[in-house]
Design a protein around this ligand. Sequence first.
Ligand code: PEP
Ligand code: MN
Length: 263
Amino acid sequence: LANRAFHPEDSVIDVSGVKIGGGHMGLIAGPCSVETFDQVLSIAKDAKASGANLLRGGAFKPRTSPYSFQGLGLKGLEILCAVKEEVGLPIVTELMSTEYLDIFNEKVDLIQIGARNMQNFDLLKQLGQVERPILLKRGLNATYEEWVMSAEYIMASGNENVILCERGIRTFETFTRNTLDLQSIPVLRKKTHLPVVIDPSHAGGKWWLVEPMAKAAVAAGADGLMIEVHNDPENALCDGAQSLKPAKYDNLLKQVKQIAQVV
Ligand code: PEP
Ligand code: MN
């Protein structure tokens, strides 16, 4: 179903009125984790003023250590909804368990499936039941074929609105958190008709790598960018080191828009 051979034109995914794909850029910005209402509100206002069209924020966090901050859960989702109400940006947040499928279907504009759940086939099959589009992140060590097959699970279950998100893969390099695979953009756009969004934040793990990689991604034909933005990265509860301050994000989008015009 994802194969370009049977669907030559680019898919355009409608996320509560925001189009992604076929020349429409999804500009997703926000903190790694929802911490407080004021934090998310402040970041959302700044990001929207810079040109972001979707707000991200993790309520349920898949942390490596059980002793790390696990997210605010449903309270975090409520904060996102309250900020959406105030700022008017559709929201993107990660679903980790089928337990919350109905509430996500009701409240979340774009449901994110994280790298660690890319092959949680039971979860993927259940996504056929929801009407909301899905942002499917690439697994830490998934091949293109495995990633596309995971998209296929969702599509075959009845939900064809899938956006792929490259977020860096595990390599032998340890200086960066992951290695951003920019080749995934032309490869997946050739093999599939689905939009491809790049997350340079989780790829590099360092804020100063975000701008050059985001620009390269847009030059390579990405359909969007998902970027972690935080108003106080030094004190962030999660992923502060890779988060841009709002002013840096603003500067980045100005450059990205120029590159997008040339591409
Ligand atoms: C995230 O986007 O906050 C996240 C946890 O990403 P990933 O699943 O790619 O690690
Ligand atoms: Mn994060």
